[in-house]
Design a protein around this ligand. Sequence first.
Ligand code: BGC
Length: 377
Amino acid sequence: MHGRRALRWFGATALVVSMLMVLTGCSTPASTGGGATTTGTAGGSTGPLKIALLLPETKTARYETQDRPLFEAKVKELAPDAQILYSNANQDSAQQQSQADAALTNGAQVLVLDPVDSAAAASIVTKAKAKNVPVISYDRLILNADVDYYVSFDNEQVGKLQGQALLDKITKDGNLGKTIVMINGAPTDNNAKLFKAGAHSVLDGKVKIGAEYDTPDWSPDKAQTEMDQAITKLGKTGFVAVYCANDGTAGGAIAAMKGAGIDPKTRPVTGQDAELAGIQRILLGEQYMTIYKAIKQEASTAAELAVGLGKGTGVPSSMTLSKVNNGKIDVPSVLLTPVPVTADTIKSTVVADGFWTTQQILNTPALVAAGKLVGLQ
Ligand code: BGC
């Protein structure tokens, strides 16, 4: 940890940034365009603080239902007049480039960027830096670029926790050494590489990997096609478990198994995100586990840093910063802790933390019955 050094560094940077803002950024009039939507007050001559939030996709539930509203709420709390220039790139890296261009043209003073493509996004950082606009790498690391901050989870640990939970279950089922299927995330996402590496570090040598796929864009429908192919390759009884990198891809793999007449209860499946649909499948026994990541904490931390950078007020003293190398620099980072969730821990994790209420989860008679078995009612 290099918290103290990072704090001193932040103070100096924030001062420079705020001075630069006085000189450059603050007279830009408010406007929208390029697919960006805006909320907040209109700009005056000194203008409200403008923060761009650029998220990568909509097929995974978290971005529109959690990250965006939670980030916006925290910014509003810290800087009620701030304007948020929001865009979602729908899994399209080129579209994200234009959305970032539009945000910069529209006077964004800070970019909070969750890149579709961790490598390609470096050019967005170059453009932002040319305008003295700081960039916070949100959830996914932007590689080989002068990123100011990185806010995420320990992503290799996510993969290790998934792999360990699956391995424990496989061992319990008496299936050690047997064949599994692996459905990883998008090859353009640095997180997907870390999840995959973490999972392999636990599973390799303990099971056979009969089929493995990287899923373009993390699309659940593509994961379903991959699982169809795995079933064709290995046969309906030719695998004992499925590693899926997130709940979206798990949903696709489970749909493929159902379509092939395989009862998903007989094949433990991993996931990530603690999506409502994932939690409900876990309760019903169709999915074995997920990873809960406290998105509220992640979004709030990014909002605090964005407002701190934009206003030059500094980083909260409670924030612990570590360093993550992105190929070019050591990026001051906040890495939060992921938590594994199985049926018996839904109550003590996602419900206890207020991520989902019991009422939201138990919305069918079958879920109410399954909930009772694990103390959820
Ligand atoms: C995120 C996951 C998400 C996945 C697909 C990853 O970078 O960390 O939470 O499920 O992208 O969008």
